[in-house]
Each structure stands twice: as structure tokens, then as C-alpha cells.
Write a protein that binds this ligand. Structure first.
Ligand code: DGY
Length: 328
């Protein structure tokens, strides 16, 4: 009898998802959940045909060259900037991600961060916890209204559209967006969202949220020059990826009140955070948790596992990034 194929789950995930994988494969796990270095990852992948990754593991040409037996890498994330997809395709390795299952949860969090940023939620909580609250005042932690304001969305994929829906239909906001490609008129009408140039977006938004994928083109899409185009009363929220915002430039702008506030769930070089962001009061900081509800994180992990099972047992995949590998 042929031995069962071996796979690696590179980070700790839910036991029931591991159990579903063990029905088909020998499964090596990383129970300590310490992120593996590229060398450790390559070493752990020797003799294995599949891997479940998160954003902390890179699947690039160097890893692929070191792991010639690898056939599939399933990212437990919708974003896949940790995958070099052309290199994977050239090596005949299937990549998959986890779209759809996290859309609404991530949009909820985007809205939570817009609200927390505009209404100075964490800044005022820190003030209270520090025992500084000794009188009520009319202008105490006065922030900006969310309802009825202009919501700007940079990147209008599934998550951007779910945020637009919340803004327009739930909060009566005027929604404007910029994206590489414009949506169909019927979708725009349904979302009540208007397409504008990036410059108009920066100038007109009261609350600007970033929901675009990270790539060489989107690196520092928001830097000092873009921040300078924004209203001094505006807020900026990033739930997309670190590196889309120039964090040093943003920290300087926040300190000098060139914009009112920011909410950040993702950071350049995370889990490190630019030290200047830790010292400015007008920023809400969260540790990359936009999709983090138990139900959604479980669904993401199961979808990644189901992709590996489908590909290695039936030559199919549910959410492939390079389907040409399957057809080859
Ligand atoms: C995603 O799914 O891309 C989230 O950012 C988690 O990495």
C-alpha cells in the first residue's frame, strides 16, 4: 500500500480542521505556533506535498527550489502577497486563498475601526483608565460624525463593496470610491457608490478606508503627498496590508494634526509597529484582527484545508489562485 501523502500546517489552527486533514494525510503541525524562518519552513517541507500557510510564511522561488516535491500551498488568508504566484505556476505548485468567507466579518471590523477612529474611542478610554477623568466637558473628546459624512473607499473588491453597503445603507453616508477598474453601473447603483479619481477621493473623503491588495504598485499608495491632499478633519483607516501606508509619514501627519486621526489594523513590517505610531494619541491600533471572529477564522482554516484535500485527492480546488496549474 502506498504511504499516505504528508503535509505541513505551518501555524497552529483549529483541532477539528487538523482532524479533517488527518482523514487523508500524514499531518505535521506547529503546535508551538512560533513562526518558522524560511530555512525552517523549507526543512519542514522536505518529503511533503502540501502546506497550509498564513501571511507569516513566504512561498517564493527560493522555497520552491528547496522543496521540489511541493504540489499545493493553501494560504489561510484572502490576501496572498506572501505568495509569488508566477513562480508557483512556473514550478507547477497550486496556490489557494480564502475569499468570501471573511468578507462580511472584515467589513464589520472596517466599520468598527472607522467608528472608533472618528469617535476617539481608544483615546478616551485610555484617558479614563489613567484616572484623568474628573469633570464632564462639552468638547471632551469631540470627534467627527460618521453618519451623513463622505466615506471614501480605496479598493472596491468584495470587502470594499461590503463596507460601501454598510456606509450608504446603514449610516446614510455619501460613498465615493477609487479602484483599478470601475464597477458596473448596476452594482454602483445598488451600493449607492460613485467612482472618482484617486485625487478626488483624497480631497473629498471625511473618512477614508483602504481595502486594496498589497503589490509593488500599491506600496506607499498613501504617503506624505497623498496625506497632504486630505482634509485636516479627515480620518484614515487601513485594514488592507502594511506597506500600503507609509507609516512614518502617517505618524508625522498625525502628530502635526494634518489629518484628525487614523485607525490601523496592519503595519509595515508587522508584528513590529513604527515606534512613532505608539506615541501619537490620535491613532487606534489593532493587531491585524479584521477577520478575527472564531466562526470566520475557523471557516478560513477549513477552506484552506478543503482546498488541499480537493487538490491532492481529486485534482480540483475550490478557490485557486493559479488554476492553470490544475489544467496543465
Ligand atoms: C487576510 O485574509 O488577508 C487577512 O488579512 C488575514 O491575513
Amino acid at each position: 500500500m502506498n504511504p499516505r501523502p504528508s503535509i505541513l500546517v505551518a501555524r497552529a489552527i483549529f483541532p477539528e480542521v487538523i482532524a479533517s486533514l488527518r482523514e487523508h494525510f500524514e499531518v505535521d503541525t506547529n503546535d508551538d505556533d512560533v513562526a518558522l524562518t524560511p530555512e525552517q519552513l523549507a526543512q519542514r517541507l522536505q518529503g511533503k506535498v502540501g502546506v497550509l500557510t498564513t501571511g507569516s510564511e513566504r512561498v517564493d522561488a527560493a522555497l520552491l527550489a528547496a522543496c521540489p516535491g511541493l504540489r499545493v500551498a493553501a494560504n489561510i488568508a484572502v490576501g496572498f502577497n506572501n505568495f509569488d504566484v508566477p513562480a508557483m505556476t512556473a514550478a507547477g505548485v497550486l496556490g489557494t486563498n480564502t475569499p468570501d468567507v471573511l468578507t462580511e466579518t472584515t467589513a464589520d471590523f472596517g466599520f468598527a475601526l472607522i467608528m472608533a477612529t472618528a469617535r476617539r474611542l481608544t483615546e478616551s478610554e485610555h484617558f479614563l483608565r489613567a484616572g484623568k477623568w474628573n469633570k464632564w466637558a462639552l468638547d471632551m473628546f469631540a470627534g467627527a460624525d460618521v453618519h451623513g459624512s463622505t466615506l471614501g473607499i480605496l479598493g472596491m473588491g468584495r470587502i470594499g463593496q461590503a463596507i460601501a453597503r454598510r456606509g450608504a445603507h446603514g449610516f446614510g453616508m455619501k460613498v465615493i470610491y477609487h479602484n483599478r477598474s470601475r464597477l458596473d453601473a448596476a452594482i454602483e447603483a445598488d451600493l449607492r457608490a460613485s467612482y472618482v479619481s484617486k485625487d478626488q477621493l483624497l480631497q473629498q473623503a471625511d473618512h477614508l478606508i483602504l481595502v486594496l491588495p498589497y503589490s509593488a504598485e500599491s506600496h506607499h499608495a498613501i504617503g506624505a503627498a497623498e496625506i497632504a491632499r486630505m482634509k485636516p478633519t479627515a480620518t484614515l483607516v487601513n485594514i488592507a496590508r502594511g506597506g500600503i501606508v507609509d507609516d512614518a509619514a502617517l505618524a508625522a501627519a498625525l502628530r502635526e494634526r494634518r489629518i484628525a486621526a487614523a485607525g490601523l489594523d496592519v503595519f509595515e513590517g508587522e508584528p513590529k509597529v513604527h515606534p512613532d505610531l505608539l506615541t501619537v494619541p490620535n491613532v487606534v491600533l489593532t493587531p491585524h484582527i479584521a477577520s478575527a471572529t472564531l466562526a470566520t477564522r475557523r471557516a478560513m482554516a477549513q477552506l484552506a484545508a478543503d482546498n488541499v484535500i480537493a487538490y491532492l485527492t481529486q485534482g480540483q480546488a475550490l478557490t485557486p489562485l493559479n488554476p492553470e496549474v490544475i489544467r496543465a
